[in-house]
Design a protein. Structure first.
Length: 73
């Protein structure tokens, strides 16, 4: 069970890092003049992906809690 817990923690951490990177990239693109419609779609997609990765990280955290609870019983 400890290996599963460790894997879930690593997954959550990796997802959070990726979400932070997408958010950072979106923030770097936002002030660009003349980004245009395509650029705006890229920024929106980066922010959407970041949000989905944060949600998946939260699910990994919850799954880890379930594994820990199961391990105690």
């Amino acid at each position: 069970m400890r290996l599963i817990e460790q894997d879930l923690r690593h997954i959550a951490s990796a997802l959070r890092r990726a979400a932070q990177e997408d958010t950072r990239l979106a923030a770097a693109l936002c002030p660009t003049e003349g980004l245009g419609a395509a650029g705006n779609r890229v920024v929106a997609e980066l922010l959407s992906r970041a949000q989905r990765m944060e949600e998946l990280a939260h699910l990994a955290d919850r799954s880890c809690a379930v594994v820990l609870e199961f391990d105690r019983t």
